[in-house]
Write a protein that binds this ligand. Sequence first.
Ligand SMILES: NC(=O)c1ccc[n+]([C@@H]2O[C@H](COP(=O)([O-])OP(=O)(O)OC[C@H]3O[C@@H](n4cnc5c(N)ncnc54)[C@H](OP(=O)(O)O)[C@@H]3O)[C@@H](O)[C@H]2O)c1
Length: 304
Amino acid sequence: MIDRRHLLAGMAALPFASRAGLAQALAGGALHTVRIPGANEDVPAIGIGTARRYDNPRGEGELTPLRATIARFVEQGGRVIDTAPSYGRAEPVVGELVAALGVREKLFLATKVGASNRQDGLAQIEQSFRNLRTDKIDLIAVHNLHDVANQLAILRDLKAQGRIRALGITTSFDGQYTAFEAVMRREALDTIQIDYALDNRNAAARILPLAQEKGVAVMINLPFGRSRLFEATRGRPLPDWASEIGAATWAQVFLKYVISHPCKPIAIPGMAQARYVDDNLGAARGALPDAALRARMERFIDAL
Ligand SMILES: NC(=O)c1ccc[n+]([C@@H]2O[C@H](COP(=O)([O-])OP(=O)(O)OC[C@H]3O[C@@H](n4cnc5c(N)ncnc54)[C@H](OP(=O)(O)O)[C@@H]3O)[C@@H](O)[C@H]2O)c1
C-alpha cells in the first residue's frame, strides 16, 4: 500500500496534468480492462448489451435515448457494444447511431452469427457488415452454438482475411453447457460469452475456470438476470460491505461481483439509458471484491 499522505505531498511537486491523472486514479477513476486475444486489445470490463431495448426503436423519440447512451458510453471511455442479427433491428440501429455519432473507431463492435448452414451464415455475416456500417467487425461469435463447426470455419476464414479481429461462441442456457465446454476444448477461440450473475453461478463450476485455463476472454451476458436481481433487492438498503468496494448502487454491487471472477470477464449489461452508463461503468472503477467478500455476497443473495 502507498501511504496516502506521502503520495499527496509528492503530487504537489508534479506538473498539473500528472496531478490530475493521479488524482483520478486515487478516486478510482481508471476503468478496469480486459485483454481480448485475437484483437490483442485491452477493453474496459463493462460493455453495452443491445438485446430487447435496441430491437425496435420507433421514431426519433425512442432513438434519442439510445444515441445519448452510446454517446455517454464513449465519453466515459467505454468500448464494447454487443449485438446480434437476431435482436430485431438492433444491429442496424447500432450501426446508424455509431455512424451518426462518428465514433466507430472508439468502439469494439461485437456481433454474432446464428445460422443453420454455411450459405446462410455467410449471407448473415455480410448483412452484419452492412448493418454495422463497417468493413471490420471486432468480434463475431457463434450464437447459442448454432451449426457451430461450419460457422466457426467461416469465422476463421474471415479472421485470416482481416475482416474480423476475434471469434468466439455464446450461450445463455444451462442445457448447452456440456456441449459448450466440449467446443471450448476442441476449438481455438478468442472469446466465450455466457450467462453469469450473483444469483446464477452455474457457469463458474466448469466453464469460467476452463476459459481462464485456456486464456480465452470471457463476456458475461445477463449480469442482472434481466430484472431478476433488482427485483430480489428492491426496497433494501445496500449492505455495509458495499462501501468496502465503493459500490454506491445495487447495479454496481451486481457488476462488481461479476467482473471480479478470477477469469476477469467483461460484463455486457443491457443499457438503453445514459444514466445507466455512469452507474454501470462506475462498477469497473476502484476496488473489486476479494474471494472472501465474493463468498459473503453469495451468502447474502442466497438468503433473500
Ligand atoms: N446467448 C446470447 O448470446 C445472449 C443471451 C442473452 C443476452 N445476451 C447479451 O447480453 C446482454 C445483457 O442481457 P440483458 O440485457 O437481456 O439483461 P441484463 O443485462 O441482465 O439486464 C438488463 C436490464 O437491467 C436494467 N438495468 C441496466 N442497468 C441498470 C442500472 N444501472 N440500474 C438499474 N437497472 C439497470 C435495464 O432494465 P430496463 O431497460 O427495464 O430499465 C436493462 O434492460 C444482452 O443485451 C445481449 O447483448 C446474449
